[in-house]
Design a protein around this ligand. Sequence first.
Ligand code: SF4
Length: 330
Amino acid sequence: MKTVGMPRGLFYYYYYPWYKTFFNDLGARVILSSPTTRITIDQGINKAVDETCFPIKVYFGHVQELCQYDLDYLFVPRIVSIEARSYICPKFMGVPDMIRASFSSLPPLIDITIDLSRSQRSFKEELYKTGQLFSKSRRRIKAAEEHSSQELKYCQTIAAQGYTMAEAIDIWEGQELTSTWDSDLCIGVLGHGYSLYDQTISLDIIGRLRKMGCRVVLPEVLPGERVENEAATMPKRIFWTLGRKMVGSAFSMEKMPEIDGIIYVACFGCGPDSFIGEIIERKLKGKPYMMLVIDEHTGEGGLVTRLEAFCDMLRRRRRQKIEDNLPAYG
Ligand code: SF4
């Protein structure tokens, strides 16, 4: 059986069920790198160029881990676009080239180009070429592709119940997780999935908020059409897929009365985050908003203090609202 190594980073958090089902259905075994640790981060920092952003450095660390296995292939897609008239950040396009330039000994890369900005046709051809590495049957490759899309949709419906994408993937893999968290506050949390749902990159912001008594609402819970409609209220269309999702989600969350405040988790060194976070900050008028910028040097203590202070402020605000509504006669 052929083996395909898959780094647990970047679009793993959005597409792993698709990738895994596709390769498994074609008879390949997927070997996933371990969850991110401090060692992964340090290895990534040593390998990646300084100018790149934190999640890309972490991705390099995952590739480094996979290099120690005897793999037939390493799956490092070149993601350009995942929908019409929209793009993913240019750093994604260069990932396979950066990996080739930084590692002296690599298994053969599957660097399929995923570009759905104009038509599905070239993508299907790329997919077919990838499938041919494992099966000569066009019908089998097509069936694998259809099955992969179904599995991805199933995983997305799990995430829509309030789980993070990482938790949804665990449930999709057959693990049992609890979904009951005691909460007296509700906070919308935004961020690119590969930083937000990686517990080490985000310093487990979501887990910490839940422990502080917050219900967390994530972009995956919101209906896609509503997010698009809200993002479309911007004077100019945002052509970055994730940027548009963040803006549309923030505007949607602003209109949800149960949400007390919004947190945006941005990565240091991220161009799109630096102005998408700014746009959200300027446009949001109705809800408290906090932007947290994280990188490999972010300390746990400072982060916890900021989260606690934000929650305290939201609780005070809530109490104030209730007191303001009390009639003068008691
Ligand atoms: S969008 Fe930002 S965080 Fe994501 S890969 Fe690009 S620069 Fe890095």
